[in-house]
Design a protein around this ligand. Structure first.
Ligand code: SF4
Length: 212
């Protein structure tokens, strides 16, 4: 059967590459069968790049498959996407398995207590991305005059269940007469660490003072 008779798209591929071709390859098999029957070499019809078609028409040999694959564009694209993939893999293995976000309570921004100390409240979300319950410890390292306490919790350690998230109200209190208590606002870094592990992380926020 001639190659034109087997084509589901009704194409005569001997006229060259055509848009309607779905590259099913039926014409290649039919052509090879006929060439076998008449004792001629196979491969009269085959897959090739458009650039090779024009090269063959002008009597030149087609480019090797490797020259089609390893072109400057494919090398650059492969390098870029390989680098992105490698970066994502490294980031996946370097990420910590804890997470914390801080939302300062704005109404009111601060409260002056009876002894003259200034207190700010924060809603902190702690996330434990581990299959075991762990104790999260919160602290403020850079400001010795600011004390951290938690609502409903003794001390600065709170237990977060496996693969769970805990919303915790936290208070920062500046002692009376301190710079942080008198300033309008002071940048503060709250650290979170896991008891018994080296894992730690931090988030930055601000402490609102009396503004004097
Ligand atoms: S590859 Fe398939 S669709 Fe394309 S010309 Fe050959 S038979 Fe037709």
């Amino acid at each position: 059967m001639a190659c034109v008779n087997v084509c589901p798209m009704g194409i005569d591929i001997r006229d060259g590459q055509q848009l309607a071709c779905i590259t099913c390859g039926l014409c290649i098999d039919a052509c090879n069968d006929i060439m076998d029957k008449i004792g001629k070499p196979r491969g009269l019809i085959g897959y090739m790049a458009l650039t090779d078609e024009s090269r063959e028409r002008s009597g030149n040999a087609p480019k090797s498959i490797w020259k089609h694959v390893f072109r400057p564009r494919t090398i650059v694209y492969t390098t870029i996407w390989g680098g992105i993939g490698l970066g994502l893999l490294v980031a996946l293995f370097l990420r910590t398995d804890i997470d914390m976000s801080i939302a300062p309570v704005r109404n009111p921004t601060h409260v002056v207590l009876g002894d003259g100390s200034v207190r700010n409240a924060y809603d902190i979300r702690l996330r434990n991305m581990n299959a075991e319950a762990r104790e999260f410890e919160l602290s403020v390292v850079d400001h010795p005059d600011i004390a951290l306490s938690m609502e409903g919790v003794e001390g600065q350690v709170v237990l977060v269940g496996p693969d769970e998230q805990l919303n915790q109200r936290v208070y920062l209190t500046a002692a009376p007469g301190t710079d942080e208590g008198n300033a309008r606002s002071t940048p503060v870094r709250i650290w979170v660490s896991i008891q018994g592990e080296a894992t730690r992380d931090y988030r930055d926020t601000v402490f609102n003072g009396r503004g004097q």
